[in-house]
Design a protein around this ligand. Structure first.
Ligand SMILES: [Zn+2]
Length: 101
């Protein structure tokens, strides 16, 4: 068993084409491409809550999608409002830690 990863971002920066998360303030940064992150949206409209089956059709997500705004949700996650109008997904830091490494 490895110790549980409980890092929270030291900084979250908007970058052309995506987001950069700095996990330790010392250069351990991970870039998340906007479209890949949009496709990984964990909300109930994008993923079936019971079966975890994807409901989002990737063809409906524009290739040039971008981040409209960012909002921290408590101490555990990030709400991203996308340029396609979608904004109900909360990306937990747990999800982001897994996605970035
Ligand atoms: Zn969603």
């Amino acid at each position: 068993m490895t110790p549980q990863d409980t890092r929270v971002p030291k900084a979250i920066r908007r970058r052309p084409g995506g987001l950069e998360i700095d996990w330790d303030g010392a250069g351990d940064t991970v870039f998340f491409a906007a479209r890949a992150l949009r496709l990984a949206c964990p909300c109930a409209a994008c993923v079936d809550e019971m079966s975890k089956r994807p409901l989002l059709d990737p063809a409906t997500v524009p290739t040039g999608i971008g981040v409209e705004s960012l909002e921290l949700v408590g101490a555990y996650g990030l709400r991203i409002r996308w340029s396609d109008g979608h904004g109900t997904g909360i990306y937990t830091f747990e999800l982001l830690r897994g996605a970035g490494s």
